[in-house]
Design a protein around this ligand. Structure first.
Ligand SMILES: C[S@@+](CC[C@H](N)C(=O)[O-])C[C@H]1O[C@@H](n2cnc3c(N)ncnc32)[C@H](O)[C@@H]1O
Ligand code: SF4
Length: 472
């Protein structure tokens, strides 16, 4: 057995109906962002002794090939109030070069430790990666190519904002020239009033057309636009205008993010948004996108108009479908193997210094390293699979050595009987009814300690912040 033994909270058994109801009740936190409250649900599995991390990382990655690679760039022009990602403040944003140098040092440390692993997907994400000078991205991509073995069919993906894509055409061209093949741009919503409330640049929709022109002229034929729904005061009409605008930009893919409030600056607004309101927005958008030729199976939030393409980056597609291990570099980045999950320095405090100190001391900059039992690793894989609304049966069997239907007999029976999921030849997939009950369905596959947490949850998201802070 390669997994650690479960603690008593992870040996409990709960009735599927109770868990499903708890997931539905707490729809703001029961989603793909697993495990909800790290210190409560994973505290028992934390490897606190940093001196053991290097050896544990090496063991956890033994025999794992190919893997995916992620590099986190934690800088933005300004901080949107809805954002859940690891982004540093304005003062620290002046430190792009010292940061990128540490990022490269971290990459070298892993390459020394793991060897030139084959890489099946590489995302440069953030924050806003295009905030940093293009030479620094070029240097990072060059180093990654040199130290790892990039699969020939692998695409590198990067994120940008409309302002940068519109006003810094040289950068966008440089990305394509350095071999980056996919680009994703966040639009979120288009209403100036809402953008202002969200502290997001409201520089006008005409900017977006300029941005797309630059992206196309640079030679990108794999372009995604992110939209967000589930904000307080977001009307159906305003959401419809946002979706129509995204269609007018004619990207290959459109990703719909439902707002996740936990640990954001507007977490107090979650109570103003009901599941029924969210469903109306998401149903409308899905039908509209489908009518426009953008397809996705139920539960998947990336809609793509290119046949046989997932619409996502390779890094995401391989993580989601195959549960492929990934190495996360940079502030707060997450690393995942078949038995462990780790978070880099900065995941909670969101400042650079602890990360710099660890890298400078020649340590792996791991703030929290968890050696997890089977139930937790299966739950994590399934939550990630739900990005695409389905669980790949062969990938599950290969990773965990047991069939999906054996691991979750009672939960699957519950979901099948209620028409929430269905067996397909290669997957266990959400139905359209299941998609409407995404939160309840996710909860069914959580590990017992996380189910227990959801069942007891009293609805205080600021409490989560305190719990999370304790992790550091
Ligand atoms: C890492 S962000 C980077 C994109 C880029 N910085 C931008 O804002 O255009 C990727 C996407 O996550 C989504 N996102 C950010 N905060 C979120 C939250 N709290 N809940 C759900 N999605 C969120 C947004 O759609 C965003 O475009
Ligand atoms: S949504 Fe994008 S631009 Fe806004 S703070 Fe988050 S990463 Fe930065």
């Amino acid at each position: 057995m390669k997994w650690v033994q479960p603690c008593s909270a992870d040996r409990q058994i709960y009735r599927p109906q109770d868990v499903f109801d708890a997931g539905e009740r707490h729809h703001h936190i029961s989603n793909t962002a697993y495990p909800i409250a790290h210190s409560r649900t994973w505290g028992a599995y934390r490897v606190a002794d940093r001196a053991r991390h290097r050896e544990r990382v090496q063991q956890a990655f033994a025999g794992e090939e190919p893997i995916c690679l992620y590099a986190h760039i934690p800088f933005c022009e300004k901080r949107c109030s809805f954002c859940e990602y690891t982004v540093v403040n304005r003062e620290e944003s002046k430190q792009t070069l010292p940061y990128m140098q540490r990022l490269e040092r971290e990459l070298n440390a892993y390459a020394d430790l793991l060897g030139a692993r084959r890489i099946a997907g590489f995302d440069i994400g953030g924050g806003t990666p295009s905030f940093v000078p293009q030479e620094q991205i070029e240097s990072l991509v060059g180093l990654a190519r040199q130290r790892f073995d990039f699969a020939p069919d692998m695409r590198i993906s990067i994120e940008t904002t409309p302002r940068i894509a519109a006003q810094e055409a040289d950068k966008i061209r440089a990305y394509r020239q350095m071999g980056i093949e996919r680009i994703s741009m966040g639009i979120q919503v288009i209403q100036p009033d809402l953008l202002r409330i969200l502290n997001r640049d409201s520089n006008g929709v005409e900017h977006h057309f300029r941005a797309v022109e630059n992206i196309r002229q640079a030679g990108f034929d794999n372009f995604n636009v992110d939209l967000m729904y589930g904000f307080a005061n977001q009307t159906l009409e305003s959401w419809q205008a946002t979706v129509e605008h995204a269609l007018a930009l004619d990207p290959e893919a459109i990703t719909l993010y439902r707002m996740r409030y936990k640990l954001t600056r507007i977490s107090d607004q979650a109570d103003q948004v009901t599941m029924d309101q969210v469903r109306v927005l998401s149903r409308w958008a899905k039908q509209r996108l489908k009518a426009a030729g953008y397809l996705a199976n139920p539960g998947k939030n990336t809609y793509c108009r290119v046949p046989k393409d997932t619409g996502t980056s390779d890094y995401i597609a391989r993580r989601v479908i195959q549960g492929m291990p990934y190495l996360g570099l940079g502030l707060g980045a997450q690393t995942f193997t078949d038995t462990t999950i780790a978070y880099n320095d900065g995941a909670v405090a969101k400042n650079l210094m602890p990360y710099f100190r660890s890298v400078d001391a020649g340590q792996l900059p791991l703030q929290d390293f968890y050696d997890l039992p089977l139930a937790q690793m299966m739950a994590k894989m399934i939550c990630v699979s739900f990005y695409f609304g389905e669980i790949d049966r062969a990938a599950f069997l290969r990773k965990f050595g047991l069939p999906l239907e054996t691991a979750y007999a009672a939960e699957i029976e519950f979901a099948l009987q209620r028409g929430l999921m269905e067996w397909k030849p290669e997957t266990l997939s959400m139905t359209t009814l299941g998609e409407d009950h995404f939160s309840g369905l996710c909860a069914l596959f959580h590990a017992p300690s996380v189910k227990g947490y959801l069942l007891e949850y009293a609805g205080d998201m600021s409490g989560d912040r305190r719990l999370a802070l304790k992790v550091s």
